[in-house]
Design a protein around this ligand. Sequence first.
Ligand code: P6P
Length: 342
Amino acid sequence: MIKTLRSVRTLGQFIIERQADFPYAKGELSRLLRDIGIAAKIVNREVNKAGLMDILGDLGTSNIQGEDQKKLDVYANEQFISALQSGGECCAIASEENDDIVHIDNEVSKNAKYVVAIDPLDGSSNIDVNVSIGTVFSIYRRISLSGPATMNDFLQKGTDQVAAGYITYGSSTMLVYTTGKGVNGFTLDPSIGEFCLSHPDMMSPNDGKIYSINEGNYVHFPEGVKKYIKYCQVEDDASSRPYSSRYIGSLVSDFHRNLIKGGIYVYPSTYKSPKGKLRLLYECNPLAMIVEQSGGRATDGFMRILEIQPKSLHQRTPLFIGSLNMVNKAEEFMLKYSAPES
Ligand code: P6P
């Protein structure tokens, strides 16, 4: 079927159409989402030619996590910060690439309503080997009334997010987001330079046959995780086990595949990362909002990710996320074999 222009709905058109969902909004959130979409297109252009440009390889610096910053990491961070600075709808940013809050204090932005927490390029260790990478973002309404944003503006629970989303730079580039009224996916059409609605009302299958975890850390996993992995590997036709193990090493890619096909992604506490490796504010909370909005579940093994009270910008948490019944089953094993001391 030839898609006429009429049947193509761009991200911009969709955002405006859905603005009616927020009768009191005066368009600020719509413009903020538009700004993120613009930065995503710019980052996508560089990601797609990283192999050709002198943009590969380490910059020789490292971020607060002590991880080598790839040039593309730094470039993506700059592009998202720049788009939010010029868009005027965001007054401050918490980024994986910046130790502290990045205040946007130009005349237009300093009294803006929203703050953004972002991982500008997750999975960047995959850049040099041409494996998909991603951006994850979370949007909150600031709680401070005026002046520079405060730490408390960012240390809000995930349940207080007004919007959350991710971009996956893979075989195609997709932007998936929610504003609390369902999840919608947009695929970038390079021929027109627009994100077009391709996955309306995304729903996470309640069950799946894929489990994603780095089993190289097996010996240091909590007992409940070890038991769950063995459960996934048992032959049982009735429950379609053994499941398939699929682990890309890029959270956004593993999450996106599991969201569409059904599956669970687990990054538990390990010897190297006793609190887990993934960050609450700009990785776990946004993906948790998306997965819950699509009918899935996200916990730290014991409690809902969105209900964790953040205490610092870059704090980590264990993450069990994906299909509802699979996460519930994993939690059963955690409760039985690894419950925290009461
Ligand atoms: P490991 C990438 O660094 C990342 O944050 C996620 O994208 C990915 O799922 C995970 O870490 C991979 O970590 O320890 O398994 O290499």
